[in-house]
Design a protein around this ligand. Structure first.
Ligand code: CO
Length: 251
């Protein structure tokens, strides 16, 4: 399977999908305060995406029941929002979501501290932001994808944290997941060479104490095996002629 190069028309749709998602995540991060339930955030997200002319990309993806994923502390990914899941001071929350706009996908995630969080949780979040931004800084035509994976791994491991090898970034376009896999560690292969028109979701995912994960009874929620905190930061980017454009970040 080849990596799909997007046409200018397709890129415009992906930009729109990314813009809606970037705006949404900014609002959700601002709204994530002690006392708010993750279901409230989910309801808002679905309404917001539809009002902007998009569709939630996660809802009914392989039967997933919500618009956002809410992962608190030891939950790594795919936490399902609930009325009974009330955010509290000290939580580390990751909000992950996706938008479809005229058939094209965006995918992004933000980790945020609720109220006052511990220094260790702050370090997790800042390391995730650095890993993602350094990875994106490197993404341009001619670069081997494996070089980017290597840098992500180095930043995570230098901080003393553990890459969750089983969860990776991916190509994205007319499907949420396309070729290639974007690993958060170097597997010994240089990997494909980036070209203008490729669109990638880059998502460093790692934990304080372990690389091992387990799936809970609900068949969705993935948590760390040792119960230590995990973090994720994700953007969808477009490789351009001389560098890249982040499609899911609104400032
Ligand atoms: Co993703």
């Amino acid at each position: 399977m080849a990596i799909i190069i997007k046409t200018p028309d397709q890129i415009e749709k992906m930009r729109r999908a990314g813009h809606i998602l970037g705006e949404l995540l900014n609002i959700l991060v601002e709204s994530a305060k002690p006392g708010i339930s993750t279901k409230e955030l989910d309801n808002f997200a679905e309404k917001f995406i539809k009002e902007k002319g998009g569709q939630p990309a996660f809802k009914s993806y392989r039967g997933y029941p919500a618009t956002i994923c809410t992962a608190i502390d030891e939950v790594v990914v795919h936490g399902i929002p609930k009325e009974s899941q009330i955010l509290k001071n000290g939580d580390l929350l990751t909000i992950d979501s996706g938008v479809i706009y005229q058939g094209f996908y965006s995918d992004a995630a933000r980790s945020v501290g609720i109220g006052q969080i511990s220094a260790q949780k702050q370090k997790l979040i800042s390391t995730a932001k650095i890993a993602l931004s350094k990875a994106i800084d490197m993404a341009k035509p001619g670069v081997h994808l494996g070089e980017i994976s290597k840098v992500i791994q180095k930043i995570i491991e230098s901080a003393g944290f553990h890459v969750i090898h089983d969860l990776t970034g991916h190509g994205i376009g007319t499907a949420l997941h396309e070729e290639p896999h974007v690993l958060n560690y170097y597997d010994g292969h240089p990997g494909p060479i980036l070209k203008a028109g490729m669109t990638l979701a880059i998502e460093p995912i790692f934990a304080i104490g372990t690389s091992e994960i387990i799936t809970r009874q609900d068949n969705w929620t993935i948590q760390t095996k040792d119960g230590s905190c995990a973090v994720q930061q994700e953007n969808t980017i477009l490789i351009t002629e001389y560098g890249n454009e982040i499609l899911t970040e609104q400032t």
